[in-house]
Design a binder for this molecule. Sequence first.
Ligand code: NAD
Ligand code: TDX
Length: 373
Amino acid sequence: MADLLVTGGAGFIGANFVHYWHAAHPSSRIVVLDALTYAGNRANLAALDADPRFTFVHGDIGTEGLAADLLRRHALDTVVHFAAESHVDRSILGPDAFLQTNIMGTHELLKAARQVWLEEQRVPRDRARFHHVSTDEVYGSLSFDDPPFVETTPYAPNSPYSASKAASDHLVRAYHHTYGLPVTTTNCSNNYGPWHFPEKLIPLLIVNVLLGRAIPVYGDGRNVRDWLYVEDHARAIDAVLARGRVGEVYNVGGRAEAANIDIVRTVCALVDDRLRADAALAGRFPASPASAGAASTTLITYVADRPGHDRRYAIAPDKLTAETGWTPRETLSTGLARTVDWFLANEPWWRGVMDGSYRAWIDAQYGATGAAR
Ligand code: NAD
Ligand code: TDX
């Protein structure tokens, strides 16, 4: 069974993946390396602290020698690389951190894997795997009548974020082609689900509806994204590690295209239904329109468009399904309902990440090292 170095495991998708993997592979060891940026929450992994199969390391993927040391010390044969700066709006405001982490940080990890697995031969080549988690945004933007992205769609990244992810994809490919590093890459569509940081559309929307705040819709609200429930992404990575071919790229998506404004209206209706059906819940969120008998859609506020805003993403996961048998379990409707219910049940989590108080909790629990006390 694979023993994993998971980078960015305290972030949204990483944390969901770690919990999924921990439950699905009871004999596998997991070492998480995470810098705990604003997007990384140590609390997301607190439930695993008592398990000796789990280790948390607070550190930056770009630190020279750190990843190599972890691969050696813990005898790890697999890297699942999530760590990144991931928010497009932030990349527009300040691209530097995106280039540093997404490009240089990924390169540091590739060097570590090459050194420990290939040069020092600490793991047989047929057991080692570097799995790179990337995005459909590297393919650029589609018109409404274009066919979905496939693995051979030419790269055309439009934001500093997607350009930095495209660069990292090319480095992963080059390390396979030049040095024979055993790699796989997945390019996934928009995820949503538990532990999603409330700066991205769906969690921001849920939280703003509950707090009775304006819902900012960029431009005309007709931009289309292809949505995937995060646990289905975790299962897809598992399928690629188990049955994917080394050196290959797999697109991951839920065949669930929706215009932003339709996502907004669906989530508003879900929250309104929950609050109308449960007086105690409505009492917890008195500023939410549904608590006063109104519709949350009254909060919709059209705002200036994102610069360079990609019009449409759509992804064809046919290669992944054909080669590994993976298909998504959640539909957009079941996944959104699960997500709204998770945010209703985890109010302390989202309040904590929004007001920064979870940082105090981290310090009290873990100190600077991130190791459980
Ligand atoms: P996130 O922003 O929620 O989490 C990123 C994590 O990486 C955080 O825990 C953060 O602390 C950590 N991190 C950042 N810089 C680091 C560094 N230098 N060293 C170590 N750790 C660092 O991101 P996410 O949404 O969970 O995305 C995870 C990965 O999946 C990213 O590579 C992203 O490009 C990719 N992806 C995301 C989506 C999506 O919809 N969110 C879709 C497709 C692909
Ligand atoms: O307040 C908002 N209002 C709004 O209309 C926000 C935050 C977003 N939007 C729009 C912009 C996009 O068309 O909603 C759509 C989704 O936006 P984000 O949640 O910021 O996601 P996106 O830019 O599509 O990128 C996401 O999917 C691909 C992730 O953040 C990336 O990390 C991933 O690679």
